[in-house]
Structure formats: C-alpha cells, structure tokens
Design a protein around this ligand. Sequence first.
Ligand code: FAD
Length: 308
Amino acid sequence: MTKNALPARIVDEAGLTTLRPISQGAEKWLFRPITCLDHGFVYMCDYMGNDHSIVQAANVSFGRGTKKVSEDDTLIRYLRRNMHTSPSEMVVFKFHCKMPIFVARQWIRHRTASVNEYSARYSKMSNEFYMPPPDELRRQSTMNKQGRGELLTDDQCEQVAEILGDTYRKAWDGYHSCLDMDLARELARIGLSVANYTEWYWKIDAHNLFHFFRLRLDPHAQKEIRVYAEAMARMVKDAIPKAYRALEMYTLNAMTLSEMEIAFIQKHPGVLMTEEELFGAYLPSVDHNEREAREFVEKMKKLSLVKQ
Ligand SMILES: Cc1cc2nc3c(=O)[nH]c(=O)nc-3n(C[C@H](O)[C@H](O)[C@H](O)COP(=O)(O)OP(=O)(O)OC[C@H]3O[C@@H](n4cnc5c(N)ncnc54)[C@H](O)[C@@H]3O)c2cc1C
C-alpha cells in the first residue's frame, strides 16, 4: 500500500523535475489548431497525464513498480490486449472544436465526454455553412446504405453547389430577418441548417477517447467526422505514444473473428479460394446474410488468404 499521500517528484521526458506528469508531445500541440473541413478546427487546450500515468495507475492495482522503460511498454501493451482499461482513464484531454451541426450530432452520441457547447440562445450564429468539396460529391453507395459511392458528374457537382449555396443564403437571410424583428435568438435560429457551424469544449479520458477513435477513425464513419477524429489522433499519438501504439496494434489495425468465421477456417485448412468461391462457400454459415459474408471475404483478403 502507498505509505503517504505526498506526491513524488517526477523527472519528465525532457529531464525536468515536476510535481505533475508532463507530456512533451502534448505540450507541442497545446493551442495549435488543425483546420478541419472548410471553417472548422480542433486544438488541444489542456491535458492531464502521460504514458507513465497509465503505468503508475496500473501499478496501484498490481502493487508493484516497473523499473525500465521497456517494462512500461510491455505493461501498456498487456493492459490494451486484455482490455484492462481503467488505468488509461487517468489520462485526460480537453479540446476546443468547431464543426458543422450535423457532425456535432454524431459526435455528441459519445456520452462519456464532458461538453460545453456554444449557445445559439445566448449568442448569434455565424454565417458559416459547410460546403462539401467537389471530390466529396458522390452518389449514394449501392453497397452501404450509410455511405458514398461514385463521384457525381461535373455538371451535377455544380448544380449541388448552387442548390446548397442558395439554401444557406436563404436560411441566413431568414435568420437575420427574424433577428431584425427582435425575435428571440432561441427561435430565430430554428430555420438554420445542420451545415451551420457550432463550437464546443470537449473533455474526455484516454480510454473513452480510444473508443471514439475506434468508431470514428473507421472507414464506415462519415468522412466529415473522421476528419476531426484524425486531427485529434495526430495530437494524441504524440501525447501518449506508447498507449496510442498499443491501440493501433491491438485495436485499430487488428481484427476479430466470429465463431462462424473461425469454424469455417478450421473446416478448410490450407484451402485458398477466389473471392467469389469464398463468398459462396461462406454464405450458408451466416444464414445467407450477404453483407456479413462480404465482410468475411474482406478479412480474408487482409490476411492474404484469397486466391488471386
Ligand atoms: C458508423 C456508425 C454508424 C452509426 N449509425 C447510427 C445510426 O444510424 N443511428 C443512431 O442512432 N446511432 C448511430 N451511431 C451511433 C452509435 O450507435 C453510438 O451511439 C455511438 O457510436 C457512440 O458509441 P457508444 O455508445 O459506444 O459511446 P459512448 O456513449 O462514449 O459510451 C462508451 C461506452 O460506455 C457504455 N455506456 C455509455 N452510456 C451507457 C448507457 N446509458 N447504458 C449502458 N452503457 C453505456 C457503453 O459500453 C458504451 O460502449 C453510429 C455510429 C457509428 C460509428
């Protein structure tokens, strides 16, 4: 057990003696915004802890200390592999973010963060609306109901830009007409679009931030929120490099296999099939659910277990 409550002095990564853990990687990113989309940004405005804070917290539960940096690495990897996640809750980040309201709506679903958002009841909204660039103007995906497919033609791109531009102008003019009549800001705002930008402070611990990364760095997440996840991941990768590397090794770049997938692989040891053969052979294992069978083929492709 710990003998007294006095904090030990810590020699940080730069050799400075401090009372609290400093991360040089996080210091580098403080108040350095990364531009996101056309009017948005994210920057780290505060943080608590570093890789060693995770090790230190784990040591309280294990009742022992690590002596070498390499042991820190091993311990952090062990924790991630076994989803012993509470030590990573000891590291916290606070970001200031500006994003379109439709991105904020997806983002706010991550309930384990603390949020303070710009109030459109209290203050006026700004005339900033997200206009997707032409290379994002794509058709509805035929494979994924929540995704994009082929690019629109140049003509169609121009039309879409015009339609959205008109919509935003009308919404903005309407907002101002209502304000000019002295309609309360809380009602004047309701005709604005979800493309309008909002801002918030977002504070979250590393464990829940990693969960956010797992979901929002994934190609299935909407591109516009992925941009923010990628920006924060760049910062966090520098702030807690060992923990982030473990996240890459055991979560982001890893995969899980279902009971049916394991059974199928065990039933066909060493047999290489083409994509179509594999899809057809696996389909009955998942009650002819084509989407699930396609996901299995994708996993096998990643593992180079498909005949070219
Ligand atoms: C690609 C994608 C598509 C999506 N599509 C849709 C959609 O079509 N419609 C839709 O509504 N949402 C959709 N979502 C949102 C999704 O369902 C989750 O709400 C969101 O990703 C937040 O995940 P979470 O609840 O795990 O995270 P958090 O809220 O951060 O929670 C983290 C973890 O804490 C635990 N937890 C938190 N709160 C509770 C609670 N009240 N009870 C029990 N456990 C709790 C859970 O274990 C949870 O996994 C989508 C998300 C993604 C990534």
